[in-house]
Design a protein around this ligand. Structure first.
Ligand code: AMP
Ligand code: MG
Length: 484
């Protein structure tokens, strides 16, 4: 059966300054590792068709469909605070866009499909490790209700990829509401190309905020919407102990989806200044610094919009600055709502903030697991013995917490709130590492277990006990690397 996808491309109709049209490199012997059935259904794609050898050829870049119009997007960005005037998809190609069942438009992109004009010194390829990491972590994020790019498939190419050693090459098929980044706006802004900047902003508004199209101050409204979306996103990352690791402006999506799963990881034992990434020696993108970086990235975005705003420039800058200054307060109230739910409270009471911070201090000083300790509060609701910790500090915290819970909601309600806001399963780094090592010797045990856990992250599968525990000292991953 011939493979058919109803591409409905719009980005490729923008002026050619926005991209380079280029076809994916051929792969030697593509083989399917994972194909996402749920996502196929959501996108109106035929799972069986995509799983066929022709489908796998398509998902590896070997087969370019007639109605696909592959292109590498251009962008710029601040990497670790340093300005880079030109970046772009160095190892990714947008194949086209499709309309999902809910009529929402999605980009279909291949990652690891070969060199593009933006590859600089890179080979444009990816190996199995980063492809599997991105597949698992992004699908996990989606299933714990955090906005993210999705993964449709992971394929091995049959080609070798050379890093420090030789590894099996792989291609990920990434799906996103949009691949437009703060860096895309920065690219045109830095070239003083206001005409293209306007085309970009109008294009984004048309596809994402059609209700803003007729508004007088639509670019300012766009900014406010993106700021709100980014606040929501980062608060949700903090809630689950997610460290993105490389929050450069080229990895900050205007559609406010988590994008670019490189050196990311979830915190095991809580440490507020935790860093995983091997290249983040200054801790710029540490756990606790993520909200500050969000503000920094939004300030970069704001600058790019100045040429588009009507009226006096000084006044416009003033309005944008006020919006940026409001980020910490808005973020804090979002954080408070999310963390209150983590301790079982659906409402924010005056006592919540101190109580949450005291709990975090206990986790940090006693070296306790972040998510499992919050989830452990379910047992503490009923139990008179302390299970999360045996210390007096925790006992006294538990007393105060119980006092606050009393009369606020029923025990059942509290337990329900805790269990639906603290996942039982975390796609921990040591599991990802184990899965990659197993796949390298053709074993799929931990991969299959993880895929089952990802399906229902807020429940425990009874015979998979060891999937839910924090890593042993030996298993703990100390450092993560950019996914190339
Ligand atoms: P990242 O830090 O993963 O966002 O990547 C930064 C830039 O480097 C992006 O423009 C990527 O497209 C590019 N890049 C990363 N890895 C490779 C690679 N293996 N080959 C070519 N370009 C790459
Ligand atoms: Mg990137």
């Amino acid at each position: 059966m011939a493979i058919k996808i109803n591409f409905d491309n719009s980005f490729s109709n923008l002026p050619n300054k926005f991209y380079s049209k280029i076809v994916p490199e051929k792969t030697k012997k593509p083989d399917l590792i994972i194909l996402n059935k749920n996502l196929c259904d959501e996108l109106n794609l035929d799972y069986k068709n995509l799983a066929s050898s022709e489908g796998v050829n398509f998902l590896s870049g070997n087969l370019v469909l007639k109605n696909s119009d592959p292109l590498a997007m251009v962008y710029a960005g601040h990497q670790f605070g340093n300005w880079v005037p030109q970046l772009g998809d160095g190892r990714a190609l947008l194949l086209g866009e499709v309309l999902a069942k809910n009529n929402v438009r999605y980009d279909i992109q291949l990652k690891g499909s070969g060199r593009t004009p933006y590859s600089r010194g890179g080979d444009g390829k990816a190996w199995l490790g980063p492809v599997i990491r991105e597949y698992l972590v992004s699908e996990y994020m989606n299933n714990i209700n955090i906005p993210t790019t999705r993964s449709l498939s992971a394929i091995t190419t049959g080609d070798n990829v050379y890093r420090e050693e030789t590894y099996p090459g792989a291609v990920l098929c990434r799906v996103a509401r949009s691949h437009i980044r703060v860096g895309t706006f920065q690219y045109f802004y830095s070239r003083e190309d206001t005409k293209s900047l306007k085309i970009l902003a109008d294009y984004f508004i048309k596809n994402h905020f059609p209700n803003l199209e007729k508004k007088e101050n639509k670019y300012f409204e766009l900014f406010k919407n993106v700021v709100d979306g980014q606040i929501d996103l980062v608060a949700k990352w903090m809630k689950v102990g997610f460290i993105h690791g490389v929050m450069n402006t080229d990895n900050t999506s205007i559609s406010c989806e988590t994008i670019d799963y490189g050196p990311c990881a979830f915190i095991d034992n809580y440490k507020s200044d935790k860093v995983f990434s091997s290249i983040d020696s200054m801790g710029r993108y540490s756990y606790k610094n993520q909200p500050n970086i969000l503000m920094w990235n939004m300030a970069c975005f704001a600058s790019t919009l100045v040429p588009l705003l009507e009226g006096k420039e000084e006044k416009n800058i003033d309005i944008l600055q006020k919006e940026i200054s409001s980020i910490p307060e808005k973020y804090k109230s979002k954080w408070l709502i999310e963390f209150s739910k983590k301790i079982g409270l659906k409402n924010v009471y005056p006592e919540n903030e101190i109580l949450i911070n005291r709990f975090l201090e206990i986790l940090e000083s006693e070296n306790l697991d972040f998510t499992n300790s919050f989830r452990g509060l379910i047992q503490e609701v009923e139990n008179s013995n302390e299970l999360v910790s045996k210390t007096d500090t925790f006992k006294s915290w538990k007393n105060d917490w119980k006092k606050l819970l009393k009369n606020k909601s029923s025990k059942e309600e509290v337990c329900k709130t805790i269990s639906s806001n603290n996942p039982a399963f975390i796609m921990r780094n040591h599991l990802v590492e184990q899965i990659i090592q197993e796949l390298l010797i053709d074993k799929r045990d931990t991969l299959n277990k993880s895929l089952a856990c990802i399906e229902k992250p807020f429940e425990k599968i009874s015979h998979y006990e060891n999937m839910y525990v924090s890593p042993t000292k030996e298993q703990e991953v100390q450092e993560t690397f950019c996914g190339t």
